[in-house]
Structure formats: structure tokens, C-alpha cells
Design a protein around this ligand. Structure first.
Ligand SMILES: Cc1cc2nc3c(=O)[nH]c(=O)nc-3n(C[C@H](O)[C@H](O)[C@H](O)COP(=O)(O)OP(=O)(O)OC[C@H]3O[C@@H](n4cnc5c(N)ncnc54)[C@H](O)[C@@H]3O)c2cc1C
Length: 543
């Protein structure tokens, strides 16, 4: 059907719902998520164009009530409940699970612990989270005289409540009291230069103070996050949340399910069905089963409970592909040769070193900046990397969705890192006292509440986790996370990772990670704050 074949009446009907009626590329608008999902679902099984399907099967459908005098542009939302029923019928006829990816929702989760935020952010495909920054915002606010941290019901109802609150309050109190004097010290150490605006300098000092002090923040501090996701990703998230060993996450999942039920119920209601509940039960049961076997094994392992800070290595490359270079080169050539991979690999294996290098340069020389990433051939080799760094580093690097990451329970046995600016300052002793109080609180809580005990651990304490990633993602991560706006703690970790990968695969990794930023900076975000200030001024905005 030609796109121009709509009658005048049809054009009037279609107008509110499509961005144009004459071209082959157009966007949908003013339709509920389920209707868009159902429409695409039907579209995949018909020879008709999308707008024709809409006219023939949707617009006059009494369930959808799309036609009518009140349905003008901008107010074309249909009765959600009836649309849901319609969606169900279309889905049965034409759809599969992936149809739930065709609609999405924006949700906010406020006043949740940083630990719960991590559980939500564990999701990868289909969810895009953004979280209140511990690097730009201070967490010193009190509501009704209380610092904002989670007070888990089970812990609060136990005799350990006082230990829990004392430890949390000690960390928050020190954090809050240090803000003003630390900013004054930083101003003295980094006075504004001649070409720097006062606003940008103030923002950069503030950001540096937040970066330093976040070490004190217990993992149970409350944060806010916004998540955009598709229905399928939300469904799986709800199933996982219902299976979480943390009561906070289970409760949060319940609330999330209720709110999503108001906007995309058809996409997420399976999570709360018998099938969804069974799925959650399976996830919980398998965790318990493996956990039980692991506990038996743990008793046979040597005791490492006092590992201590000095025994810790931040980056260990556990596995690296010995054929990494061959695999990348074969990946570069494969689309061009029309031969099976085995033959392409054999040709690469016989290639002299200078030809290999020429090939790598042919692909990478035009990059110019980190924004132009190496191509898919660089996804062929993989690395398994074990990291052991403070929770702040984990918190930030965990956000890389292309990696497979697994973390261990957070505790205090791996020691903590002290921000250089606090070491030997007037705050050193108080910082160490907070770490000791938190360690004691953690030890008291861990046996009875191994999961909730994580809340009292300050961000400075180390956590151990695994990251399996391909060379392309590794290059993206180390180039992005080494930029001078990055936190110095994770900059150090990605620098070490880059060095280690380059040792293993010298020519290849050096070229792939060419835009790692090694520069040393004092006031890391001054330049970006200055840029932001200039942009804001140009737009006439207040900062
Ligand atoms: C300086 C700095 C400040 C930050 N501040 C904050 C903050 O205040 N709050 C906060 O929540 N986060 C913050 N982040 C984290 C940021 O939001 C991302 O979570 C993080 O950079 C990892 O995501 P990525 O886009 O780099 O992609 P990765 O997840 O590493 O994926 C690699 C690449 O794959 C592609 N990709 C992956 N997933 C998708 C997708 N769903 N859609 C489209 N493309 C995709 C993109 O090209 C992406 O660059 C900050 C990051 C930096 C570097």
C-alpha cells in the first residue's frame, strides 16, 4: 500500500497518532504503551502497512475507543483498561514474549538504599537507570532530626538496633561536619585561577569534597533513582526483586509492581501471576541450595577473615584469551573474505607481524577520540577480571552493562581505603574511628543479619567482584572511566587494568585503549564545570 493512499477521512483519523502520513519513516504518538505493543505485534504478521493495520483493526475497535470528537491531537489517550484487554487478545494471536519490549515506562524510586539501587542496576538489557550522584550531591540532610539511611525492620526490632544506629550516625555526623571545613581547605589548596569563573570553581570544589567524603557514607544511605525500561525488562526485574534475600528489595519490588500496574499492567502482570511467583521461588530456592553447599565448602577452606588491607590486589586478570590478537584480526577480515572462520583464522595465523599491525592500524587510526569505539571484531577476545576496590569504585564500575559481573557480600574483612586528602588531616582520626565503629557494628550484625549488615559498611570498605568482558567493552570502560572528571579511585583501578591488559596483549591492547587518559589533575572537574557554566550562561540559565 502506498503511503499516500489515505482518504481525507482516514488522514483525519490517523493524524493525531502518527508524526506524518506521507513518508515511510514516521513515529507513533498519543497512544498507550499497550496499544503500540499490540500494533507492532499485529504488524509483524501482516502484509499491510502499519497505518493501514491501525485503520483497519484498531481505530474502529470499540475496546480502544480511539475515534471520537474528543480525540484530538495531544489528548488521544484511550481508556487503559480496555486497551489492556485488547492487547491480551492480540498477544495471544500474534505475539511472543518480546512484544512486551515494545512498550516502556519511566519510574522513580525514591528513598531507597544504595544497596537496593545496586540490585535494580544489576539489570542490563532493557533498563536504563540514573541515580542521584554521591559525587555531586551531599548526603547530609536530616529529616525530623534523623539522617537519611535505611532502618531495616528486622534489625530495628532486634537488640542490635542501637549498635546499627550508632554506627550509621557516627559516619553521617562526621560526613556532615567535615563538609564546610573540607571545602575551605580545598579552596585554599586550589585557589581559583585567573581564567576560571567563581561559579565553576565553587562547583568543582564542592564536587571534590563530595568525592572525598563519600568514603564515609554507609551503603545504607538513601538515594533516589529514575529508571526507564521496557515491559519485559521490568517483568524480569520484578521477579528477581521478589526473590531477593533483602526485605527492602522485596518490598520495593511490591511497590514497583503496583505502580507499573497503573501504566503498563499487561507487560508486567505476569510477574505477579502464579507463573511469576513460581519463577521467583525457583530463583530463591536455587540461591539457598547453592548457598548451603557453598557454606559446607567454606568450612573446609583456610580462614581468611583477617585478610587485612595490605594483602589486597586491586586488579587481577584471571583469564585472558591467548588467541586474542588472531581473533580480533580474523574478526576484522571475516566480513570481507567470504570464507569460513576457520580459513580466515588460518590465514591470520600465517600473517607476518607487520601485516597484522597494518591491519589493526587500518581499523583504528581514524578514531580520533574515545567516542569512536573500536568495531565488533574487538568483542571476540574476552577477559575475566577480579577486582577488589572500595564500594565507591564498585558502585560506579558496576554500571557497565555489557559486562558479566558478580559480587561477593560486602563486609569489612578486606579493609578500607583512606582518601589521600583526609590522611594526615585533622579528620584522619575521626575517619578511622568511624571505620572502626562500622567494623564493630558489622561484626555484631553479620551473623544474624548477613544481608542487612552490609548497610552499615561505609563506602571506603573494599568489596571483591568479578567482571567478564570483551576487549571492546574493556576499551570503552577504561577510556571513559579514566577521563579527568572520573573519581580518582576508579581512575586508579582502570589505569591498573589498562596496564595489565597491555602487558598481556601489548600491541593489540595498546592500540585498542589508545584514548585512556593518564593525566594527573588536582581539581578534576574544574574544566567541565567551567564548560557547564559557559553553556548555562549562553542559555541564560541559573546554576
Ligand atoms: C563522569 C561520569 C559521571 C556519571 N554520573 C552519573 C550520575 O550522576 N548518576 C548515574 O546514575 N550515573 C552516572 N554515571 C554513569 C553513567 O550513567 C553510565 O551508567 C555508565 O557510564 C555506564 O554506561 P555506558 O553508557 O558507559 O555503557 P555500558 O553499559 O558500559 O555499555 C557500553 C556501550 O554500549 C551501549 N549501550 C549499552 N547499553 C545501552 C542501552 N541500554 N541503550 C543504548 N546503548 C547502550 C552504549 O554505546 C554504551 O556506551 C556517570 C558516568 C561518568 C563517566
Amino acid at each position: 500500500m502506498s503511503v499516500s493512499e489515505f482518504s481525507a477521512r482516514e488522514r483525519t483519523l490517523l493524524g493525531p497518532y502518527f508524526t506524518n502520513l506521507d513518508r515511510g519513516v514516521f513515529a507513533l504518538r498519543n497512544l498507550p504503551e499497550v496499544v503500540k505493543g499490540a500494533l507492532f505485534s499485529r504488524y509483524s504478521r501482516t502484509t499491510k502497512s502499519l497505518r493501514r493495520v491501525f485503520l483497519d483493526e484498531f481505530i474502529s475497535n470499540p475496546d480502544l475507543a480511539l475515534e471520537g470528537p474528543t480525540r484530538g491531537e495531544g489528548d488521544g489517550l484511550v481508556a487503559a483498561e480496555r486497551a489492556e484487554q485488547f492487547y491480551e487478545r492480540v498477544l495471544v494471536g500474534y505475539g511472543d514474549d518480546s512484544v512486551a519490549e515494545l512498550g516502556g515506562a519511566h519510574v522513580a524510586l525514591e528513598g531507597i538504599s544504595a544497596l537496593a539501587a545496586k540490585e535494580v542496576e544489576e539489570s542490563r538489557i532493557g533498563l536504563s537507570p540514573l541515580e542521584k550522584s554521591t559525587r555531586y550531591v551531599f548526603f547530609d540532610r536530616q529529616v525530623d532530626g534523623q539522617f537519611e539511611y535505611i532502618r531495616p525492620r528486622e534489625v530495628m526490632a532486634s537488640p542490635l538496633a542501637e549498635i546499627y544506629e550508632r554506627s550509621m550516625n557516627a559516619c553521617f555526623q562526621t560526613y556532615s561536619e567535615a563538609i564546610v571545613p573540607l571545602m575551605a581547605e580545598l579552596r585554599e589548596a586550589f585557589p581559583p585561577g585567573p581564567d576560571v569563573s567563581e561559579g565553576a570553581h565553587r562547583a568543582a570544589i564542592r564536587a571534590k569534597a563530595a568525592d572525598i567524603l563519600r568514603s564515609l557514607l554507609p551503603i545504607g544511605h538513601l538515594t533516589n533513582m529514575g529508571v526507564f525500561g521496557n515491559g519485559r525488562a521490568f517483568e524480569y526485574l520484578l521477579i528477581k526483586m521478589a526473590a531477593s534475600p533483602l526485605a527492602e528489595v522485596r518490598e520495593l519490588g511490591f511497590q514497583l509492581s503496583r505502580e507499573l500496574g497503573m501504566v503498563i499492567p499487561a507487560f508486567t502482570k505476569r510477574a505477579g501471576s502464579e507463573r511469576g511467583r513460581d519463577h521467583s521461588a525457583y530463583l530463591r530456592q536455587r540461591e539457598l541450595a547453592v548457598g548451603g553447599l557453598a557454606a559446607r565448602l567454606r568450612r573446609q577452606l583456610p580462614d581468611r577473615s583477617t585478610g587485612g588491607a595490605t594483602a589486597v590486589q586491586a586488579v587481577t586478570i584471571v583469564d585472558a584469551d591467548p588467541l586474542a590478537e588472531e581473533k580480533v584480526l580474523a574478526g576484522l577480515l571475516y566480513p570481507h573474505l567470504g570464507r569460513p572462520l576457520s580459513e580466515v583464522r588460518a590465514a591470520v595465523a600465517a600473517m607476518p607481524a607487520d601485516e597484522r599491525r597494518q591491519l589493526l592500524h587500518a581499523h583504528l587510526d581514524g578514531r580520533g577520540s574515545r567516542h569512536r569505539k573500536p568495531g565488533r571484531a574487538f568483542e571476540m577476545p574476552e577477559y575475566t577480571v577480579e577486582l577488589c576496590a572500595n564500594f565507591g569504585v564498585y558502585k560506579d564500575l558496576q554500571r557497565h552493562r555489557i559486562c558479566t559481573q558478580q559480587r561477593q557480600l560486602i563486609g569489612t574483612h578486606l579493609g578500607y581505603t583512606m582518601p589521600a586528602e583526609l590522611a594526615e588531616s585533622v579528620y584522619e582520626e575521626r575517619f578511622r574511628e568511624c571505620m572502626a565503629v562500622a567494623d564493630a557494628a558489622y561484626q555484631s550484625l553479620a551473623e544474624r543479619f548477613p544481608r542487612e549488615a552490609q548497610y552499615v559498611v561505609p563506602t571506603a570498605y573494599r568489596v571483591r567482584w568479578l567482571m567478564k568482558l570483551n576487549l571492546r567493552e574493556l576499551a570503552h570502560m577504561v577510556e571513559l572511566r579514566s577521563t579527568i572528571q572520573g573519581h580518582p579511585d576508579y581512575r586508579a583501578v582502570v589505569h591498573e587494568l589498562t596496564e595489565k591488559v597491555r602487558e598481556i596483549h601489548p600491541g593489540l591492547a595498546e592500540l585498542a585503549t589508545a584514548f585512556v587518559d593518564w593525566s594527573e589533575v588536582d581539581l578534576a572537574r574544574l574544566k567541565s564545570e567551567q564548560r557547564n557554566e559557559e553553556k548555562a550562561q549562553a542559555l541564560g540559565l541559573q546554576r
